[in-house]
Design a protein around this ligand. Sequence first.
Ligand SMILES: O=C1C[C@@](O)(C(=O)O)C[C@@H](O)[C@@H]1O
Length: 243
Amino acid sequence: MSSQRQVTIPECPLVVGSVASLNHLACLQPVELPQQCDLLEIRLDAMSGHMDALELELDRFKDFPLLFTARCAAEGGAAVLSLEERAELLMAVADRATWIDVELASYNGLEKTIHEIRSREVGLILSYHNFDHTPEEFQLQRMVDMAEEADIVKLALYHKSVKDFPLCTSLLQRNTHPMAIMGMGPLAPVSRMLYAQHGSLLNYGYLGSEPTAPGQWPAELLKTAIAALDPITKAPSNEPQGL
Ligand SMILES: O=C1C[C@@](O)(C(=O)O)C[C@@H](O)[C@@H]1O
């Protein structure tokens, strides 16, 4: 990693507007984006056959921070893409990126690409997605520890029970590494409010008409709601953690 890199870690929770279709991207107006989100996520895995058209669209968003994701199918990607194809997609947009998001599980396979892109002062999100359940706290903590190199560690977890809330708030409170956590499923909307209050830095909502994960809020509504919340500060270490 170059010592020249200057990635700015957000100081307060941001809203990421996620787009997984070229049509939806084409309908977005750059001038309206700031009221909808702070960062625009482009899901490259859903647009891989249309890179020329995407490049043209992206020319309209030169003044807005862009986050690029080429998600693997095993963690919710829209297409089955090889590591080489995903590396190619990320490299094609590297000069436009403020952030890239790569699964922790793909880190080794994409390491060379990650280092090349990071040398251009692009922030790295290392992520884990589970569309079935929320793993045990020690398993999640292990992932956070393994993702030490990330500028932000991100966990997107299907919540089956309200018991998953204190587990995730505890992770947010216990770790000093910049983090983003979000629930998916019917409990997702509440979780996203709660975790933003506990310092989750990236909070995803959808732009256009289709969520890119189960339970997402529309981005603009999420931005308005998060702006109305007061942060819950970390508990002192001699007090119980979590909720
Ligand atoms: O990983 C994430 C988070 C997400 O899965 C969510 O739960 O909002 C949505 C995805 O587009 C994004 O890449």
